[in-house]
Design a protein around this ligand. Sequence first.
Ligand code: NAP
Length: 214
Amino acid sequence: MPAQPRSPSGRPYVVAHTAVALDGATTGFEPDQGLFYRLAAGWNEDVTLAGADTILAQEPALAAAPRPGPAEDGPLLAVVDGRARVREWAALRELGHWSGVLALHAEATPPRPADRSVPELVAGAERVDLAAALRALGEREGVETVRVDSGGALTGALLTAGLLDEVSLLVHPCLPAEPTAHRWHGSAAAARFTLVESRPLDGGLVWLRYRPAD
Ligand SMILES: NC(=O)c1ccc[n+]([C@@H]2O[C@H](COP(=O)([O-])OP(=O)(O)OC[C@H]3O[C@@H](n4cnc5c(N)ncnc54)[C@H](OP(=O)(O)O)[C@@H]3O)[C@@H](O)[C@H]2O)c1
């Protein structure tokens, strides 16, 4: 994919790339992870922006995961963690996917252990101010593109705030095994979208890319 334009506000280009079942569910089915990450690689993101619940869902597996060390040329992992719930910062840093980790907090975020080694960015009073956090990320050298990794809540908050430049859905031809509350969603802030790509893929999957309409 060619380099993406910055928004007029100066923040980086922000894309949410999500694997979904036919009903929009983001959990309760087996996404094609290999395909998901091959497509994601096209954005060559400078920052992976994840929600705390997305990271917490991985924490049990993280404890036993190999730790080759930070990926020198990898993106930065920034985690929206308004309630300081994420614990496995060292494992995330050493996982080999990211060059480093950054905790995004608000002023009301509970106190953190004094010996915690993760750098912090504090933006917002009660919750993380997502616009301010993205602006601050965009001021870091080399940060042009942010890829959002979210099961729906963070994507929804960004959509509602008009902070998403692209919605990418990898649609799987299945339904979740159990009813789930996790769906990709957003409210009416950007109600209309322009289709920029629609690609049928093996196994009945479809890749859809939309930009909010002007
Ligand atoms: N299918 C996929 O592509 C995919 C991708 C990623 C994850 N997942 C799955 O999705 C699940 C997690 O998704 P989720 O939707 O529960 O959570 P999520 O996307 O990880 O988002 C939760 C985070 O968003 C923050 N947030 C929500 N609204 C906000 C607002 N208005 N202002 C500031 N911050 C806000 C929350 O802040 P606080 O910290 O303040 O609560 C929390 O940190 C996991 O099971 C994971 O495995 C699926």
